[in-house]
Design a protein around this ligand. Structure first.
Ligand code: LRH
Ligand code: MN
Ligand code: MN
Length: 424
């Protein structure tokens, strides 16, 4: 854990500059009829979940280049997630992946409490085989042609719900890699019916106050056809299952140029937006750092979310889901959490009355300018002030580097292997 004195020392040097910038921005926003302190309060109340699998160095199917001091298991991961929240005050929860994070619930709860975190959605894993598993997922899981394999995959999801109940989670995210690699390999309709039948069994086991998030993804690992390939299929699933089922939008799971903010608007309109896996991409499911490629798209997604705030039942879960191949994962996750917060703050600046006026008048240029004006505003001082007031770091990455945390854990955690690829 990072000592309070380290954060305070770093903040002391940066605070006078921050106060000057905050005041200047406050004056500017005031002229636009916006109160900076209430914006700061909304940013301070915003939180995003860290994916437990994100704190380890990622890899591709070609190679993995492990960093020093990588977490060896879930308790190390929770330590790292605790550091991220300590320095940013923006990541109060962790999303677990089972069986990667399998551990006794009481120990998970105790560790989370020690590092000041709660648990977000549980993630099941039927896209890999585990040692000793009776049936293989090579040809699918929830949609497999073999009933025994489907039953095993359903059972695994029920076990995830059970662990989640014990640690205070309220949602299960199901992503399956099921699909086919060759035309003709699978019967599209029969395969989807098998998926729906399995998903219904999982849905039936949900506690009353839980939600089931199904996550679509266009391709990979199936390269010809994926069972839950897009938001249309995902919407059908959520509708077939019932009110506790909603769609999860992972930003990287769409074809390049797809209008994701519009998908978000559609799902909101029909009460089926369950949550997000934020990341960024240039080509496919790149799992790049959130906001690193197209921050405007991220802002446009948040523009839809802010527009829908306050609608009955609107409560999407916000999680990161990215893979860090060349950076320190703690630094990437901190900067990504802040990018998400930034997009939220920028979206709060949109003059919605003016925007709908321009929409009614078909003033395309001014409508676009209204969004751009909010997007171009540097809201950094609002975010930094919210962190300072929460006892976190004005500059989380610089403070993390000064803390020596990575070198310290590197001295006591075993060096992990680099052979082979893989996502974790
Ligand atoms: C699939 C995915 C899904 C998995 C995670 C590891 O690409 O986005 O959310 O659970 O990656
Ligand atoms: Mn995802
Ligand atoms: Mn993904």
């Amino acid at each position: 854990m990072i000592d309070r004195t380290i954060i305070e020392a770093a903040n002391a040097a940066a605070e006078p500059g921050l106060r000057a910038e905050y005041d200047a921005l406050g004056e500017q926003l005031d002229r636009r009829g916006l109160a900076i302190d209430s914006l700061k309060a909304r940013v301070a109340a915003y939180g995003i979940a860290i994916p437990s699998w994100g704190v380890g160095t990622g890899g591709t199917r070609f190679a993995r280049f492990p960093g020093a001091g990588e977490p060896a298991g879930i308790f190390d991961k929770l330590d790292d997630c605790g550091v991220i929240h300590r320095l940013t005050a923006a990541t109060p929860r962790v999303s677990l992946h089972v069986p990667w994070d399998l551990a006794p619930a009481a120990d998970l709860r105790a560790k989370a409490e020690e590092v000041g975190l709660g648990f977000d959605a549980m993630n099941s894993n039927t896209f890999q085989d585990q040692p000793g598993q009776a049936s293989s997922y090579k040809f699918g899981s929830l949609s497999h042609v073999d009933g025994g394999t489907r039953a095993q995959a359903v059972e695994h999801n029920l076990a995830c719900i059970e662990i989640g109940r014990e640690i205070g989670s309220k949602a299960l995210t199901v992503w399956v890699g099921d699909g086919s690699n060759f035309p003709g390999q699978s019967h599209f309709t029969r395969q989807f019916d098998r998926y729906l039948d399995s998903a219904r069994q999982i849905y039936a086991a949900l506690p009353e106050d839980w939600r089931l998030f199904t996550e679509h993804k266009m391709f990979e690992p199936a390269f010809y056809a994926t069972v839950v390939q897009d938001w249309g299929t995902n919407y059908l699933i959520a509708t077939e299952l019932g009110p506790q089922a909603q769609c999860l939008v992972d930003l990287g799971h769409h074809a390049p140029n797809v209008n994701i903010e519009m998908i978000v608007a559609r799902l909101i309109r029909f009460g089926k937006l369950g949550g997000f896996h934020f990341n960024d991409s240039k080509y496919g499911d790149d799992d790049l750092d959130t906001g690193s490629i197209d921050p405007y798209r991220l802002f446009l997604v948040f523009n839809e979310l802010v527009d829908a705030e306050g609608q009955p039942g609107f409560d999407p879960a916000h999680m990161l889901d990215q893979s860090h191949n060349v950076t320190d994962p703690i630094e990437s996750l901190m900067s990504s959490a802040m990018e998400v917060q930034r997009a939220y703050a920028q979206a709060l600046l949109v003059d919605r009355a003016a925007l709908s006026g321009y929409q009614e008048e078909n003033d395309a240029l001014m409508a676009s300018e209204t969004l751009k004006r909010a997007f171009r505003t540097d809201v950094g001082p609002i975010l930094a002030m919210a962190r300072l007031e929460a006892g976190a770091a004005i500059d989380p990455v610089a403070t993390f580097r000064r803390s020596g945390y990575r070198a310290e854990v590197a001295a006591r955690r075993p060096q992990s292997g680099g052979r082979g690829g893989g996502i974790v």
